[in-house]
Design a binder for this molecule. Structure first.
Ligand SMILES: Nc1ncnc2c1ncn2[C@@H]1O[C@H](COP(=O)(O)OP(=O)(O)O)[C@@H](O)[C@H]1O
Ligand SMILES: [Mg+2]
Length: 252
């Protein structure tokens, strides 16, 4: 399965979801997992305890593939490899735009020789719908969309759908929505529950049954470089991410 975790809005839980899902899939589901941190902010890398400015970065992966593919191996748990993010990555978008013919498929091409080593590849996208996002969905066409349960969340999701339809026809890739993941659920507040109802009407069966509650331990674990599924494996957040992993595996 090749999954892009994508939403052009920042702060909706993409990187947190990528980190937790990756650990659960590798440790509990015994899948061989590759995370590609496809964001100059390198949050997913940080949430998995990898340094902010690693010597290796995924810039090489797409711009100089001949340098080879050197992910960090067995990160936090066995079977989880990570191609870390790197601030220089902000420059890659422009360079890829200079090559409109192969630019959109660089990541797909770079992954071809190594894809068979992994059961699941998870690409954590940054908050844009530019050339990097195109590369992500071309390489990883199973789209997982975290959506924050806040007002107007559905509007952004509809923009994303337009992007995906366009990408689908331009790339001749069979992009499909693996699932929409509601995040920042708060049972005490009215808005998240209302928005959850809206999302259910809009996305129907695409909506995951699992929603991720807003929780301080989920946030704090990320800041410590260890996802909550490792720091507090019996907490509600950890259980929610295990339930999500189960849904992902079943849908794959
Ligand atoms: N379930 C959650 N409850 C509380 N805070 C969260 C939760 N998930 C993520 N966060 C925090 O929200 C912020 C944005 O999350 P992040 O995963 O980086 O989003 P994105 O990758 O979409 O920008 C981070 O500070 C993160 O620690
Ligand atoms: Mg992020």
């Amino acid at each position: 399965m090749r999954i892009s975790v994508i939403n052009q809005k920042g702060g909706v839980g993409k990187s947190t979801t990528t980190a937790n899902l990756a650990v659960v899939l590798a440790r509990d589901f015994r899948r061989r997992v590759l995370v590609i941190d496809w964001d100059a902010q390198a949050n997913a890398s940080a949430f998995l305890g990898l340094p902010e400015t690693p010597a290796w970065g995924n810039t090489n992966l797409v711009l100089e593939p001949t340098r080879g593919f050197h992910p960090a191996r067995d990160v936090l748990v066995d079977g989880l490899d990570v191609v870390p993010g790197c601030p220089d990555f902000a420059l890659v978008e422009r360079q890829l735009l200079g090559d409109l013919l192969t630019g959109p498929r660089r990541l797909r091409r770079a992954l071809e020789p190594v894809a068979s080593r992994y059961d699941i590849i998870l690409t954590d996208c940054g908050p844009t719908l530019g050339m990097l996002a195109i590369n992500a969905v071309a390489a990883c066409p199973d789209v997982l969309v975290p959506i924050e349960l806040a007002h107007a969340a559905a509007l952004g999701a509809l923009t994303l759908q337009k992007f995906l339809v366009e990408a689908q026809s331009n790339l001749e890739a069979s992009i499909r929505t693996l699932g929409v993941l509601p995040t920042f659920l708060d049972d005490r507040e009215k808005t998240p529950r209302e928005v959850l109802g809206d999302l259910s009407r809009i996305f129907g069966a695409s909506l995951f049954t699992t929603a991720i509650h807003s929780a301080a331990n989920v946030r704090d674990a990320g800041g410590q470089g260890r996802p909550v599924v490792l720091t507090e494996p019996h907490s509600r957040g950890a259980e929610e991410y295990r339930a999500l992993a189960k849904e992902v595996v079943n849908r794959g």
